[in-house]
Design a protein around this ligand. Structure first.
Ligand SMILES: [Zn+2]
Length: 439
């Protein structure tokens, strides 16, 4: 390999602006794509051989709680209320700072294997998530979650994390203010978070209108929707990544539209389907208003896998199915949601193969029998390919996995540490909890 951040990815087919261009060399200097040009006959060696593979922008996971890998598969087949109140929030009393780093390490390794090159994370002890991100080589936008029930310390910790870590790891880490949700943070804290975000030049990342029931209870209690809460507290003006937004109602769209240049929504269909939180995010209405809708996995305690192939496929399928319209959300749109639209939703310039873009690139093998014959590479990516078809993952011009070999993670050693710790987390006191779900 050449010096970190400088390399040539040779002779791959390249997915550029939604179209496949065959036989391209991608040159990278200092983590940035400097040229994409036809493979020249005379240059026969390169740092990364992409022959027979599709080079494309890495997927961008626009909403997750990475450390919750440690709770993967621990709670199944319960309602959203029970999921929070009887299981996840009581168990999270046990989660230590070391657990956050360990769980995030596991998530980062899984994401590298799945071709996810950056993610927007929302969790406690985000400084320890940052340590895992630094070691993994991934790019991430990190927010330190807080509840108003923590008192002033919650907002202060989230603000100081956002200030101290923005731009860390040579710019691979950016930050957000991260109030948990409109129903767990009061208006004063939301207003302060918006002001802090504006001062720091970052955005807010929070859960809002996760379900239609949350919107209905906000209307009943306050006479306004969660989106109106975000407008009234200055969060929309500051810029915000809204997790889920399944309860965004038609009247909200006009409220959101003027802020389309600085807000985005993360759509995580696998979680909605598992927790039966019908309806889905109103993707079509938001996109028509110019608002970026990205794809997220949500935390692995609810989604079980950090896999955007899966969520991309579920997005296309659920849009067609629920709207009874097979022409809805085509393969190009589905792919865009996992890349450039997710990037726009989280305020990133990644998600595209273009000169000047961050060199966050994956090489995908579409030669497997499950993708043959390859009439349409885009259709294969959306409907046939698997996360395990990602051969190579490069972030900021640095290979993190080549031919399925992880270069920044010792998978066996990591698995052993996870296996030693994870069972202890479930041994919890059911009378304790970090929060109550009562939106
Ligand atoms: Zn979430």
């Amino acid at each position: 390999m050449s010096a970190a951040g400088s390399l040539v990815i040779r002779n791959g087919d390249a997915l550029i602006n939604g179209a496949v261009v065959s036989g391209q060399d991608i040159h990278v200097v200092d983590g940035v794509i400097t040229s994409i040009e036809p493979t020249s006959a005379e240059s026969v060696t390169g740092d990364v051989d992409a022959s027979g593979l599709l080079a494309m922008p890495g997927f961008i996971n626009s909403h997750t709680h990475a450390a919750m890998t440690l709770l993967r598969g621990a709670v199944e087949d319960v309602s959203v209320e029970s999921w929070f109140n009887n299981h996840i929030w009581p168990i999270e009393v046990n989660v230590t700072t070391d657990d956050v780093q360990l769980g995030t390490e596991l998530a980062c390794a899984e994401m590298i294997q799945a071709g996810i090159t950056s993610f927007a994370d929302h969790y406690f002890h985000a400084d320890r998530a940052a340590a895992a991100v630094i070691d993994s080589g991934l790019r991430a936008n990190l927010g330190m979650t807080f509840f108003s029930s923590q008192g002033p310390a919650g907002l202060e910790t989230s603000t100081s994390f956002a200030a101290d870590w923005n731009g860390a790891a040579g710019g691979r880490i950016t930050t957000s203010l991260a109030p948990h949700a409109t129903y767990t943070c009061d208006d004063a804290d939301l207003t302060s978070a918006a002001e802090a975000a504006s001062t720091l030049g970052v955005r807010v990342h929070l859960h809002a209108a996760e379900t239609i029931e949350q919107t209905e209870s906000s209307l009943a209690a306050r006479g306004i929707t969660p989106m109106q809460v975000l407008a009234d507290t200055g969060v929309l003006d500051a810029g915000v990544l809204i997790a889920h937004g399944c309860g965004i109602v038609p009247d909200d769209i006009a409220l959101l539209a003027p802020f389309a240049d600085r807000i985005g929504v993360a759509h995580c269909p696998k979680t909605y389907m598992k927790l039966a939180t019908n309806p889905l995010t109103p993707i079509g209405e938001l996109r028509s208003a110019g608002i970026a809708v990205g794809l997220g996995t949500d935390g692995p305690a609810s989604c079980n896998s950090i896999d955007l192939f899966e969520n991309m496929r579920l997005t296309a399928l659920t849009q067609k199915f629920t709207h009874r319209d097979a022409t809805r959300l085509g393969v190009g749109q589905a792919l865009a949601m996992a890349g450039p639209e997710s990037a726009r939703a989280i305020g990133s310039s990644a998600g595209r193969l273009a000169v000047g873009a961050p060199a966050d690139i994956i090489l995908v093998d579409l030669t497997g029998l499950h993708c043959q014959p390859l009439h349409d590479p885009l259709a294969a990516l959306v409907y046939s390919a698997r996360a395990s078809d990602v051969r190579t993952t490069i972030v900021n011009g640095v290979p993190l996995m080549v031919d399925r070999e992880l270069l920044t993670v010792d998978a066996a050693e990591l698995s052993a540490r996870v296996a030693a710790r994870a069972p202890q987390l479930l041994d919890h006191d059911p009378t304790q909890s970090i929060q109550t779900y009562a939106p």
